[in-house]
Design a protein around this ligand. Structure first.
Ligand code: GCO
Length: 477
């Protein structure tokens, strides 16, 4: 049973849906520049139009309203509000978010606002982006601006979304913006992002915003493909890089302890100051956890063959071996896979929550701020109505199984019973620009025809509608 007070929501991110990248005074972002480079994005896609949400916002909010969910998680486009990433603000950009917030509140939808979902203003990216400590202070300034403008209406603030992904994909492997293949030299980018979280939180608190404040991290339980000392060591390394490095300083006020043999990769974490750690570990009102899949690690460099091979159509550089990495991610024979090739493993969401509970006895209330899956959705004409329709049964199963796993793990007697789980946000409202995969991966509850911008609610949309209305009712009989 889903408790009556359990929050259900949907999530998006500005760069993935808004489009209108050169309109009304928006400045360019690092992601615009990255997508404009050859062979970065599947099919050479970019987010210039995306879902055209900038012009269709009221209709999209109506879709959220009709879904019946309590809350909408969206992000502010930093370069739309503060085009240079420092200095003056853009009134037209601000007006867009004023309208969005008013529209949400007038329909009784509670706004969860992410300050930073990866669209760094280009001038800051060109000055080193997250490898430059300065960027953390710029985000804190932006947080103060957002607090002043929107603080009266935002119920929950997320400072930063998935610093893991920006660090590993953006600055480590170079498959996301800014395309910096720095491998372990990317570790400082991660530190600066968690510092930016702390500084932004200070700015929001100083402005006295009434809303709750948290961070969103993605968590992936890590297991070894084979037993043995080296494999365990590699699991520890990946676990620090993917999970611990972003949650330990926030929730424990220190960086992860690790086997000294990993020093060549992780020494930077032992060199940060106590002052930084104090900023990073201020008490949170809630913790945002994104969960998509667990990770299985094998020793030695790639290739990513096996059941987890990357899907066809990705740029060549994403398929290249990574000879300098001492590990690679390998397949899971026992699981179905999403269109992205990700294993469908709902029980690992329970494991993720249990691992969080064990690691962080003081864990604040938790929202699952993202969960969802891409599948090869097909539009068919409904036999009865003649209307276009998408019967995405796999997505319904994915979402239902993950929601059930999270609720079971956190119920009395569950493996994560100490976790105070408050809600689940589905990634995502509608198909959108899926970063390096462009428009080739559809995660939405609503299908988007990117030629016509027609929105077609999928079966999963109706499913979530039903689930939302059944909350608090005992449906077990
Ligand atoms: C994330 C991302 C989303 C992705 C989703 C699917 O936080 O990883 O926020 O932007 O689209 O995770 O890959």
């Amino acid at each position: 049973m889903i408790p009556a007070d359990f929050t259900l929501g949907v999530a998006t991110a500005a760069f993935q849906i808004e489009g209108a990248v050169a309109e009304d005074g928006r400045g360019p972002s690092g992601w615009d520049a990255f997508a404009a480079q050859p062979a970065r994005i599947v099919n050479g896609d970019n987010a210039d139009v995306a879902c055209d949400h900038y012009h269709r916002m009221a209709d999209d909010v109506q879709l959220i309203h009709a879904l019946g969910v309590d809350s909408y998680r969206f992000s502010l486009s930093w370069p739309r509000i503060q085009p240079d990433g420092r200095g003056g603000t853009n009134p037209a950009g601000i007006a867009f978010y004023d309208r969005l917030l008013d529209e949400l509140l007038s329909r009784g939808i509670s706004p969860m606002c992410t300050l930073y979902h990866w669209d760094t203003p280009l001038p800051l990216e060109q000055a080193g982006g997250w490898l430059n400590r300065e960027t953390a202070y710029r985000l804190a300034d932006f947080a103060a601006i957002a607090a002043e403008l929107f603080g009266d209406r935002v119920q929950r603030w997320v400072t930063i979304n998935e610093p893991t992904t920006v660090t590993l994909n953006g600055y480590g492997l170079g498959i996301h913006a800014p395309g910096h293949p720095g491998l372990f030299d990317a570790v400082p980018a991660g530190h600066h992002m968690v510092l930016a979280h702390g500084l932004s939180m200070q700015a929001l608190r100083a402005a006295g915003v009434p809303g709750d404040i948290g961070i969103t991290n993605v968590y992936s339980p890590v297991v070894a493909a084979r037993g043995g000392f080296v494999n365990d060591l590699l699991v520890e390394l990946f676990d620090v890089l993917h999970n611990g490095m972003f949650s330990d300083p926030v929730l424990l006020g220190r960086y992860s302890e690790f086997n000294p043999l990993l020093m060549p990769f992780l020494h930077y974490l032992t060199e940060v100051s106590d002052e930084d750690l104090a900023i990073m570990s201020q008490p949170l009102d809630f913790y945002g956890l994104n969960y998509y899949f667990p990770t299985r690690i094998a020793p030695g460099p790639g290739p990513n063959t096996g059941p987890d091979a990357l899907p066809e159509g990705l740029p060549d550089h994403m398929l290249e071996d990574s000879p300098e990495l001492p590990f690679h991610i390998t397949g899971w024979a026992q699981y179905d896979r999403t269109a992205f090739g990700w294993p469908v493993a709902p029980e690992y969401l329970g494991i993720a929550l249990a691992e969080m509970a064990a690691r962080y006895p003081q864990l604040p209330p938790v929202f699952i701020t993202e969960g969802g899956a891409s599948f090869p959705d097909v539009v068919v004409q409904d036999a009865l109505t003649g209307e276009p329709h998408v019967a995405d049964i796999q997505r319904i199963n994915y979402l239902g199984d993950h929601l059930a796993a999270a609720l079971a793990a956190t119920a009395p007697g569950g493996a994560a019973e100490s976790v105070d789980l408050r809600g689940y946000y589905v990634w995502t409202l509608m198909d959108n620009f899926e970063w390096a995969a462009g428009y080739s991966q559809r995660f939405g509850l609503v299908y988007v025809d990117f030629e016509t911008q027609q929105r077609i609610p999928k079966s999963s949309y109706s499913w979530l509608q039903a689930i939302t209305s059944l909350r608090g009712a005992d449906t077990s009989a």
